[in-house]
Write a protein that binds this ligand. Structure first.
Ligand code: NI
Length: 186
């Protein structure tokens, strides 16, 4: 197991569409372990594979002291919504009120290739929606209304970590994700 560096906003891997997992092999199980270790060390409530530079449809969570992971997810969202602050390990120190469905039924696979169904409400539902968005190159700031997104971009530009990325001359592509919501219903 190994803790991996977490990619920050501006890294193109975060706005890239990811690939379906086809091989449920040892490499995949190592990826799930790396994601879990990295999330716990951060610490965070969830982490998606692109956030450690791997463009595949895999994510993990740690909600209410329960660890989980899901591969190749598809989501059914409730009509009822929830409001609340949401953050992302790729945007250190920032959180914004983000509307999400209150509950979700997520279908996918575990790391051994067995089909699983995960039902979640509140924070677990929020985490599953946020992480599934990551797999489609969608970031939580894309979910904010226009006024709040403008405010968020201002805060991001003045964040210390963002200034450091610029100072280090990292090749940043600063833009909002152009991806559609891919029928997720949000
Ligand atoms: Ni995130």
């Amino acid at each position: 197991m190994a803790i991996q560096p977490i990619r920050l906003f501006g890294d193109p891997v975060l706005t890239t569409q990811t690939a379906l997992v086809v091989d449920f092999d040892k490499e995949l199980r190592t990826l799930v372990q790396d994601l879990t270790e990295t999330m716990l060390e951060a610490p965070g409530a969830g982490l998606a594979a692109p956030q450690i530079g791997v463009p595949m449809r895999v994510f993990v969570w740690d909600v209410d002291d329960e660890l989980g992971h899901l591969i190749n997810p598809t989501l059914d969202l409730s009509d009822e919504d929830q409001e609340g602050d949401e953050g992302c390990l790729s945007f250190p120190g920032l959180a914004f009120n983000t509307k999400r469905a209150l509950s979700v039924v997520a279908k996918g696979f575990n790391m051994f290739g067995d089909p699983v169904v995960i039902t979640g409400t509140e924070l677990l539902a929020r985490a599953i929606q946020h992480e599934t968005d990551h797999l489609d190159g969608i970031l939580f700031i894309d979910r904010l209304d226009a006024a709040l997104r403008k405010e968020a971009m201002k805060e991001i530009r003045s964040a210390e970590w963002f200034g450091q990325l610029i100072a280090e001359g990292v090749d940043l592509k600063i833009r909002l994700s152009p991806h559609s919501t891919l029928g997720l219903g949000l």
